[in-house]
Design a protein around this ligand. Structure first.
Ligand code: ATP
Ligand code: ZN
Length: 296
């Protein structure tokens, strides 16, 4: 029986959301004790729980057919593997809207920043040597790249580097180490990637089915079902406020000829401002309900 394998992070920033996305897409797994391999129970799709850094290689080598990993790691590892396989590439299928972070060039906070050129001939500490080299090359800068696997942000105070390239979300770590972010190397989020080779028909079909389901989950997360009462003569105004709603359903209200119930699927985010506008336009009894699944 043909099966698909999906690699996700075992523990860390992406682990929980990756698993939740797959489970919301209808996959269920027999969770094994050692937690490395989970057998798919309802579909022939199994899970491999690994370090995020290993995911690109598992895809490039065809051990897994799908993987969820940060774009930062995927791109870095693909660039790294090009030393051995110049044509190595990974196909991103979908950005997943979680795991957002930015890879930034940072320098000591008491240095003034003019442009990336001032890094020329200096030492840059990073865990992302390939992305860093690419970024510097794009700016025509040559620097000495010091590859570190962790604690990159302390390198300048230890005197082992003049600048760093590291992931930044709030900037707290940088500030604590008297550094400031001055240029963006990459803006990243988690994404679903597939292996480069084509698969047999059965597996391609399974992969396509899974992709449709994941897109459905993503779409549903934004989508809301809105119900409200409105004066019949305000329908056009009210429909215009509902974000991303196509033709709403209009229902009569018993004993109230001038008012109707409106039901609409809103495919864009519904904010409090929308509800306030609806109320100002004459709507009452406004309810916003989550949508669990969608198949357009
Ligand atoms: P592993 O043990 O799997 O190697 P890790 O320590 O490399 O874990 P995490 O810290 O869990 O990795 O981060 C995983 C990914 O989460 C990062 O590669 C990045 O894509 C994303 N991420 C989101 N926000 C941040 C952040 N503030 N700092 C670091 N990574 C972040
Ligand atoms: Zn890692």
């Amino acid at each position: 029986m043909t099966r698909l394998k999906i690699a996700i992070q075992k523990s860390g920033r992406l682990a929980e959301k990756s698993l939740r996305l797959l489970e919301s897409s209808g996959l269920s797994f027999a969770r094994s004790k050692d937690k490395l391999f989970w057998f798919g129970r309802n579909l022939p799709v199994d899970l491999l729980l690994v370090r995020d850094d290993d995911i690109p290689r598992l895809l490039l080598e065809g051990v897994c057919q799908l993987g969820i990993v940060g774009e930062n790691v995927a791109i870095e590892k693909v660039l790294e593997s090009r030393a051995r396989r110049p044509d190595a590439r990974l196909e991103p299928l979908l950005p997943l809207e979680f795991g957002h972070c930015r890879l930034m060039l940072a320098i000591p906070e008491d240095e003034t920043f003019q442009d990336v050129n001032q890094i020329n001939g200096r030492r840059v500490a990073t865990s992302y040597p390939h992305l860093t080299r690419d970024f510097l090359a794009r700016h025509g800068v040559e620097a000495d790249i010091v590859t570190l696997n962790g604690a990159v942000e302390i390198a300048p105070s230890l005197g082992t580097a003049d600048a760093i390239v590291d992931l930044v979300s709030t900037g707290t770590t940088l500030r604590a180490n008297h550094l400031k972010a001055v240029a963006e190397v990459l803006s990243s989020q988690a994404a679903l990637y597939r292996c480069p080779e084509s698969l047999d028909n059965e597996r391609e079909a399974l992969l396509a089915k899974l992709l449709t389901r994941i897109q459905g989950v993503q779409q549903a997360a934004e989508t809301k079902y809105v119900m409200l009462h409105a004066p019949r003569d305000r329908l056009a105004r009210i429909s215009a406020i509902l974000p991303g709603a196509e033709s709403p359903t209009i229902l009569n209200l018993e004993g109230q000829p001038d008012r109707v119930a409106v039901h609409a699927v809103c495919t864009e985010q519904v904010f409090w401002e929308h509800l306030e506008e609806l109320k100002a336009a004459g709507a009452s009894a406004v309810l916003v309900l989550p949508v669990e699944k969608m198949l357009a």
